[in-house]
Design a protein around this ligand. Sequence first.
Ligand code: GAR
Length: 190
Amino acid sequence: MINLAVFASGSGTNFQAIVDYFTGHKLIRVKLLLCNRAGAGVLERASNARVDSIVFTAGDLRCSNIVPDALLRYDIDFIVLAGFMLKIPGNILNAYPDRIVNIHPALLPKYGGKGMYGLHVHKAVINAGEKFSGITIHMVNEEYDKGSIVSQHTCEVYPNDTPESLAERIHKLEYYWYPRIIEKLLVRDS
Ligand code: GAR
């Protein structure tokens, strides 16, 4: 089996979509959730799905071996960032070359970088008068939102959209495409 670890900081609806998609999969399973926020909704989702979780702080991630040790212990092959708001440190990037993927709720290279997450992204897209937005699935490197793009999927931005209504449309794209693109990457590599 190919073992996935998902890193998430928030409510974890993408985590849920990924777990649901890979439940019963022949080749791929979600083995571990890594979360930097005690009390985040994603932790309850992991517990309901019987996926083990580990909580750590931003300081732990930068300065301790809690995360690399857990990745080893759970025999993790591939890392999925799903609404994870911290930078992945160099030691983990080096241990997982081309094996860390992220999803961003806009069409990179626009509307990416530090501070561009969740509703901030959709507000910026609407304020700029964009007619289209979408999602970007990309490999992770040392810079926020700068790794090579794996795939992008678009949707319309309507004149009466609010950040929340656009977020809903973007989430639908995320839930459909993210698990399928992860599968494609892994099946291609195996
Ligand atoms: C998702 O929309 C994801 O694209 C975004 O955070 C949300 C997490 O929602 N990620 C970023 O903005 C990364 N820069 P979720 O916790 O419900 O999956």
